[in-house]
Design a protein around this ligand. Sequence first.
Ligand code: AMP
Length: 605
Amino acid sequence: MTEITEVIDAVETFETFEDLGISETILKALTEMGFTKPSPIQAQGIPAVMKGADVIGQAQTGTGKTAAFGIPVLERIDVTNNAVQALVLCPTRELAVQVSEEIGRLAKYQKGLRIEAIYGGDSIDRQIRSLKRGVHIVVGTPGRVMDHMERRTLKFDQVRMMVLDEADEMLDMGFREDIESILADMPEDRQTILFSATMSKPIMSITKRFLNDPILIKVVRNELTNVNIEQVCFEVKPQAKVEVMTRLIDMYHLKSLLVFCNTKRKVDEIVEDLQLRGYASEGIHGDLRQQQRSNVMSKFKAGVTTILVATDVAARGIDVSGLDGVINYDIPLDEEYYVHRIGRTGRAGMSGKAFSLVARDEKFRLKTIENYTKVKIEKGVIPSFEDIVGVRKARFVESIAASVKESSDADLYLDVLEMLHHSGFSTEQIVGAMAKQIMGVQKNEYSDSNLAWEERRGGERPERGGDRRGGERESRGGSRFERGSRFERGGSDDRRGASSDRFAPRADSRRSEGGGRDESKRSATPEAGMTRLFLSLGRKDHILPKDIVGAIAGEANIPGKTIGAIDIYDKFTFVDVPERDARAVLRAMDGNTIKGKPVQIDIAK
Ligand code: AMP
């Protein structure tokens, strides 16, 4: 048993990668990757690991921890020796893939160096073939690594370095025994590096058993709570959280966003709710299969989905940086989680928004977080419906102006105005109706005054309009926020029209659930260029818009985002698809299944 010998705070330094004694080949790769300066965990971690010490890095994803261990690992590999010389253990397949890819990029100029990601869900035979050809660095999840150890397809007798990445996460996921067996199987004289965001008791016990005189390098807390992150909380009734969230997304034009909640069930609910409102969102949690997780992640990275809803556990290890914002749909149960969550935005000198939706009974948790992070979280004012219409209009005008300037084939449509004039409408009426249709503005089921909760009687009431912080925001940013401007209750359940990029007239901006409640609102004819199809499955078959998009896009091989309005009724569904693809969709879907249920499809009468 050995104790920590030295504790170093990872702070900003003036050192360059050259100062850290890194070889030319890696320096060249670093330049190509756009890394100009070591991050604090790299500046302190790389020299400690390179001198051969066992190191504990207390750092979360986003601090540059992968390169902090990846570079020294690469420095120690002898490519002429065909044996596995370094093993990196990661909690999830995503992280294993990311880490192996990042090390691969760092190793771009190290000829002959081979890295393999080994994780469950991938073909074991393929992995075995690859291991047989010879691999120098294995990055794997504990379960699959154990599997290979038992099959004797992975040998560790020549491992010099062992890295446990996100060790706290691996323990949380129940990998403790696997990790201990793997560590016990490693050569005694190997070097061990352990990264963990938290230094919990189980982590300390692992480090005591398996690390020799380790140095602890900590990314200090006030660095985790990044100064570039604007942290604001909104006091919201639980049932109004999705509504407030979509208003914030619209108001701040958030185009890449992580939404965090505390349970898997909530992830599914929020995703469904957002999709019904037309937002391109998907969820990620532990119940997804590997293939599903990869699909979700690649769509998010490609910008096809703009909102990723996740639990804390699922979000750990996924590498999504450069986000516009993070929304805490629920306030996390652990303060550290808050720090991890908001650290996903505002990276690398970019500013980001971290919005927390606080129900009354979550208020105390936010206080605990403020005490822990030593940062006062500003109280924000929920944008009113008028605000939302205002920003949508402004962006709509911008996008139309741009399209007028760019569009060379607009002449084709110039007679539309004349045709409508003939029908007796004024230009104002026509433009107004078109704008409404394209912007997707609908009356909303919530009135502005029904979104926020109010302090209990006798307590301080949330200030109306005169919110002190809101006032500050107003004077600084010129925001027109004003709480309480009422609008008539729409009285309908139609929640269409809120696409995350609604100002580009995208076809998928009008997905809704019909169910007969809103039949009068659904336009009788599809948009120009679209064909409406009838599907014989509906809400009774537990069909969601995403199932329909997934099935049609997958089977007919058309991009999901080109699929338009989807109206799901109890026993059937209408879906609009581009006219040019209608035949292909009919051919591909007729007699096919959605969610395992046979479907009949036809052009809607
Ligand atoms: P990590 O904490 O390893 O997950 O890294 C977070 C992100 O920061 C990844 O996208 C890295 O590629 C990137 N990154 C790591 N180190 C640096 C650096 N020194 N300069 C700029 N970006 C970096």
